[in-house]
Design a binder for this molecule. Sequence first.
Ligand SMILES: Cc1cc2nc3c(=O)[nH]c(=O)nc-3n(C[C@H](O)[C@H](O)[C@H](O)COP(=O)(O)OP(=O)(O)OC[C@H]3O[C@@H](n4cnc5c(N)ncnc54)[C@H](O)[C@@H]3O)c2cc1C
Length: 584
Amino acid sequence: MTSATGEGVLEGDRTSGVTMLTPDFPFEHDRWLSHRAGLGRLPADAVGASVAVVGAGISGLVTAYELARLGARPVVHEADQIGGRLRSVPFPGGVDGVLAELGGMRFPPSGRSFFHYADLVGARTVPFPNPLTPHAGSTVIDLGGRTHYAETPADLPPFFSEVAEAWTAALAEIGVPELREAIARRDLARVKAIWNPLVRARDEQSFYGFIAASGAFAALPFAHREAFGQVGFGTGGWDTDFPHSILEILRVISTNADEDHRRVLGGVQQVPVGLWTRPLPDGPFAGQSLRDLHAGAPRPGVAALARAGSRVRVTDRWGRTGEHDAAVVTCQSWLLSARIDTEEALFDHPTWMAMDRSHYAQSSKTFVMVDRPFWRDRDPVTGRRVLSTTLTDRMTRATYLLDPEPVEGAADDHDRPATICLSYTWNDDALKWLALSTDERVRLMVRSLGEVYPGVDIASHIVGEPVTVSWESDPNFMGAFRGALPGHYRYQRRLYSHFVRAELPGAPDVPTAEQGLFLAGDDISFTPGWADGAVTTALNAVWGVVRHLGGSAHPDNPGPGEAFADLAPLDLDAEEPGTSLPPR
Ligand SMILES: Cc1cc2nc3c(=O)[nH]c(=O)nc-3n(C[C@H](O)[C@H](O)[C@H](O)COP(=O)(O)OP(=O)(O)OC[C@H]3O[C@@H](n4cnc5c(N)ncnc54)[C@H](O)[C@@H]3O)c2cc1C
């Protein structure tokens, strides 16, 4: 239960070599990124070319940072704040350095491209206290009104290992261990040989459909499937994901995305902010930061996108217009129809359809600051910690206890303020919180946890103001992250592959109106909900923009576009012509 496959060998194992090498397109972005030849070259007449970047989340800032190094002039527009869904906020009335991570909060080391940038800005990390890992200290699983306390998985009743073993066996039935091994060895041909048949066979199957149909779970009573949904694997509590495509889950499992998570000290927002503020190391703008290039602040949010001859016209919310040689859109793609006045001809209909069919997971989180990490106290009678990382079928679903950040030279941290994520929920569980105020949320959560921990007065430890978020109610996001449904593979493929479609000026099958406009970010990724996918789609867009401006990757370091013919995601539309409307 603590590892994706239930095998101890994979738990917390950073030497396994498994990376977030997307099996759909197993291009080695991390190697491309760290190659000394760099990402490419622009011709002299394209140096200074203007590229609009819509959104200053991690994908927009990676795009802007790398394009500026290559000599293009990025013009970043942001509707809200630098960092997007990597948002680390202090508690109102709180203490410096005590933060709530409202979006991404735990990062798998297998996400090498994300960590390339985290390392670049000097982010320090510690293990995240996921359930049933040693870093949690202790975990409570509270199901059906019964509470199980564990300091190691072995402390749980055998029922839970039966569930974990069934999950391991279900994955083995379809070759997932072999896929992980091929990813670890970076045997790209083997990755494709295993993955493509899985796409053909499973695109229309839901996560729950997969569980129910697997021999391993079918041999067990319903209670095992139900408990799997509650406790699941890795971070736990995946049943609100049951309607999603099983392919989404298989990507998470096979790339170790749900394993061995790290928490970023000082907040993960420092990664995008660091890319914004650090001096560019090379290129014509060397020594200046993206912030310097923007006179301190990004341009306002984008209100309209249109074609202006061979250029892209961007109008901001105050009516100021700029014309650019290319543009990269990184915000959630629903916003292109719902909030930005986007000229229809900028995308073909299959791409519009793919964007509009995007399915977003909802997500709600609520944090409180507490006076000290009181969860380490031991109950004098039972000897157990008084509060634990908690997975429950109650409304809170998942509760995480975040120790104070280490302070150099400090003897101990027992009396320093700490953070509780009272509740982290997805989908239906998140919608239950949507209409409630912050105080109503906190009161209900504390009451619900009181049922699990009678006699522990959590509320008495709260200091400062609580912080809560429902991403679906924020007009600049409209949802937490993409979560593809069964039958959505074709849409994901269209969006992911858009960077090669949009790249070449004058390509015979691509209307001029669609050239030079690129998509990047979480929506475009095959691993939505993970920052690494936002980074790698940004790198694809960088490759596309460079080509669009007449440049190229270095011959010693071919880019994702050069690898596309060999590694392209399986094209179900081409395999079954006429099965997808409208025809391409
Ligand atoms: C609740 C939650 C939990 C998550 N947990 C994890 C995790 O634990 N680990 C992990 O790796 N990932 C996690 N993620 C995913 C991760 O946060 C995302 O993959 C990543 O931050 C997406 O970056 P992005 O640049 O693609 O998009 P965003 O961060 O959304 O950036 C897009 C930007 O566009 C801006 N924008 C919107 N409209 C306009 C406009 N009209 N004009 C200009 N700008 C506009 C937005 O304000 C935003 O800043 C989580 C996300 C959420 C929401």
